[in-house]
Design a protein around this ligand. Structure first.
Ligand code: KMT
Ligand code: NI
Length: 174
């Protein structure tokens, strides 16, 4: 895992877009983003049980697996959105970038690889992309029925109750 401020430069979303300015895990946790490095799947089971993640599946995002719809999928994952539930991803192979919005509405890019596990809180604006290797396999964990409908950013979603709840639990911008 490595987190850093996104450079906001033009160019393919799958490039690193690394501004060179790092973001530490404490800053991520202030945003409500939790990160773990777990090489033992038993530790994942423990976390799942503590946090009531009862269900899971595995998704592979790659041209080999997805065929013609791969490019379209990668573009759609990259639309800025939120969910009314946590988004939990445990990377099993390959790598990818999760971008999350900071308090000041800047992008923080989080590079994840095998054995990295991330929990994005409900209501945080975010997006995902594969990197230049075009391959990631991730376990998706969820509580009951997944509420993964992406709600794309806009005036209506800005006032969604889960969005408001998320903002109300964050510490004020310094
Ligand atoms: C998501 O929610 O953006 C995804 O599931 C993407 C694939 S998981 C790394
Ligand atoms: Ni999402």
């Amino acid at each position: 895992m490595r987190a850093y401020w996104y450079d906001n430069q033009a160019g393919d979303q799958r490039l690193p877009h690394d501004s060179g300015r790092s973001v530490d895990p404490q800053y991520l946790s202030n945003l409500g983003v939790l990160y773990y490095h777990l090489s033992d799947e038993e530790d994942v089971n423990k976390l799942a049980s503590e946090r009531s993640y009862k269900n899971r599946d595995v998704i592979t995002v790659s041209p080999e697996k997805m065929g013609d719809i791969y490019e379209e999928k990668v573009k759609s994952f990259f639309h800025e959105h939120l969910h009314e539930d946590e988004e939990i991803r445990y990377i099993r192979d390959g790598a990818g970038f999760f971008d999350v919005r900071s308090e000041g509405d800047e992008w923080v890019r989080i590079f994840l690889e095998k054995d990295d596990l991330i929990i994005l809180p409900a209501g945080i604006y975010h997006r995902f992309t594969t990197d230049n290797n075009n391959y990631i396999q991730a376990m998706r964990l969820f509580k009951e029925e997944p509420k993964w409908t992406p709600l794309n950013r806009g005036p209506e979603v800005d006032v969604n109750p889960f969005r408001k709840e998320y903002l109300s639990t964050r510490s004020p911008v310094a």
